[in-house]
Write a protein of this length. Structure first.
Length: 302
């Protein structure tokens, strides 16, 4: 197996000269944003599927070969991708060293939430948002700095394509601005609503649209809640009159239902990444889906 994988990687020579730039991303959201800027000048692969256990991804040998042949790697950064270190160690390509023109950390320039609270790592919880909450793509305004960084990275590798890349990004930002007006108007009646989340996925989304995250079912990111934690949480929800629990497709349905039923709240499943629902086919439609689901749930919980 090791010999076969080595041969695959050795055979995968970089193949971006004179054709579409081969780009590898660590999420479907970044893939969608690279495609929005790059258009037909890029060919993009996401190493992670839309829905997976938080921060755990099994990368296939064929994907490793794609990394080896890529012109650019775009990552979420921070400590969101503990699995990526193994991938890069296997590929062993100095082009993807931090700061290289072939490596883009999309978290650079983002105003991070929860960055002031240090977390302690352990074997049970490798990912603990130790550098700030990593789910920054779920504030649609953050698409502006992310796509600006993507534009610069692509233009360095494809200088002749810069005018088209800029045109593509401007078109995307125009669409983003128009939809932000609609999303904000739809959410306006619910500003200040207190919600409980399963995983610390939604603070950027909540801040953008005026929700208040009162608590999380997971006491530490990626660590299942104890019975005593759930009992305390449910009582807190009753006391604070929290009427909505936000879950993800990967959440433990039994736990979510238990919390919702015992607290008298309504549960809603939002989609954290592009492709997690067939209607969330790209970055902008991801927010169309989530705003629609959320406003319907909030209206029903009143």
């Amino acid at each position: 197996m090791v010999v076969a994988l080595t041969l695959v990687l050795l055979a995968a020579a970089p193949a971006w000269g004179g054709s579409a730039l081969a780009v590898v991303t660590t999420s479907t959201d970044l893939k969608s944003l690279v495609e929005a800027v790059g258009g037909d000048r890029v060919r993009v692969l996401s190493l992670a599927p839309p829905i997976h256990e938080p921060h755990q991804v099994e990368v296939k040998p064929s994907q490793l070969a794609e990394v080896k042949s890529a012109a650019l790697l775009v990552r979420i950064g921070l400590d969101h991708e503990p699995w990526l270190a193994r991938v890069l160690k296997t590929v062993h390509d100095p082009r993807f060293a931090p700061g290289s023109p072939h490596d883009l950390d999309a978290s650079r320039g983002i105003a991070l939430l929860s960055a002031e609270t240090p977390r302690v790592r352990s074997e049970r919880a490798v990912h603990v948002h130790g550098f700030g909450n990593t789910h920054y793509w779920l504030d649609p305004e953050n698409a502006r700095p992310i796509t600006a960084a993507i534009l610069l990275a692509l233009a360095r590798l494809d200088p002749a394509g810069r005018p088209q890349l800029e045109q593509n990004r401007n078109r995307f930002l125009t669409d983003l601005g128009a939809r932000l007006v609609r999303w904000s108007a739809a959410m306006a009646p619910y500003r200040g609503t207190r919600v409980v989340v399963v995983h610390e996925t939604w603070p950027y989304f909540a801040q953008r649209f005026g929700l208040v995250v009162a608590a999380a079912i997971e006491p530490t990111p990626g660590v299942p809640p104890s019975a005593s934690h759930l009992a305390s949480l449910i009582q807190h929800m009753k006391d604070a009159r929290v009427r909505l629990v936000i879950a993800g497709p990967e959440s433990d349905t039994a736990v979510v239902n238990q919390v919702a039923v015992r607290s008298g709240a309504r549960a809603v499943t939002l989609i954290p990444s592009v492709g997690g629902d067939e209607a969330a086919r790209d970055y902008l439609s991801l927010f169309d889906v989530n705003v629609k689901r959320l406003t319907e749930a909030l209206a029903a919980s009143r």
